[in-house]
Design a protein around this ligand. Structure first.
Ligand SMILES: [Zn+2]
Length: 169
């Protein structure tokens, strides 16, 4: 399996190469969507890495928030299809992260309420707003999803290539 550094460099290298290519080959009106997809691809490879299923450099990159990924590591076997599956992996991590952030926010607002500080936390209205947003910005959402999936695919492809290579030599 390639190290976290190799994964990071491949993600950053391909993302930087894709920027001028999108400028050369895409019509001007679609370029912002391509850049959004590239940003999402980079985020997917660097922050939402498939190797969050193990105590990797990607896991440590989250700093104090890395503990959010501990249940994920307990639940998901390393390099299984759940973390390394080409579309399932990154999309499940986004859903997992959103779920964990919501739990964290609810716990925080509950804690604050216990000491007499009331903050407005209504997950139902967030969900409605999120749905509205995804329906209004459909093309952007698809660009983000495409980038997320591509980031996971690049990771799995590199893992696969490295295993093949090691078997050959
Ligand atoms: Zn991996």
């Amino acid at each position: 399996m390639p190290s976290g550094k190799v994964h990071d460099w491949v993600t950053l290298g391909t993302a930087f190469m894709a920027i001028p290519l999108s400028g050369m080959y895409l019509p001007p009106e679609t370029r912002p969507l391509a850049w959004l997809a590239i940003a999402s691809y980079t985020f997917s490879g660097i922050w939402l890495s498939s190797d969050l299923d193990v105590r990797s450099s990607a896991y440590r990159r989250w700093g104090p928030l890395r503990y959010l990924w501990l249940p994920y590591q307990k639940l998901v076997p390393h390099r299984s299809w759940i973390s390394h599956g080409w579309a399932v992996g990154p999309l499940l991590r986004v859903a997992y992260l959103l779920g964990m952030m919501m739990l964290l926010w609810l716990a925080l607002s509950w804690g604050l309420r216990q000491v007499g500080i009331a903050i407005h936390a209504d997950p139902h209205s967030w969900l409605m707003r999120f749905t509205d947003w995804t329906l209004t910005y459909r093309a952007e959402v698809w660009a983000i999803v495409f980038g997320l999936v591509a980031g996971g695919t690049a990771h799995s492809l590199l893992d696969w290539l490295s295993t093949r290579f090691k078997r050959l030599f």
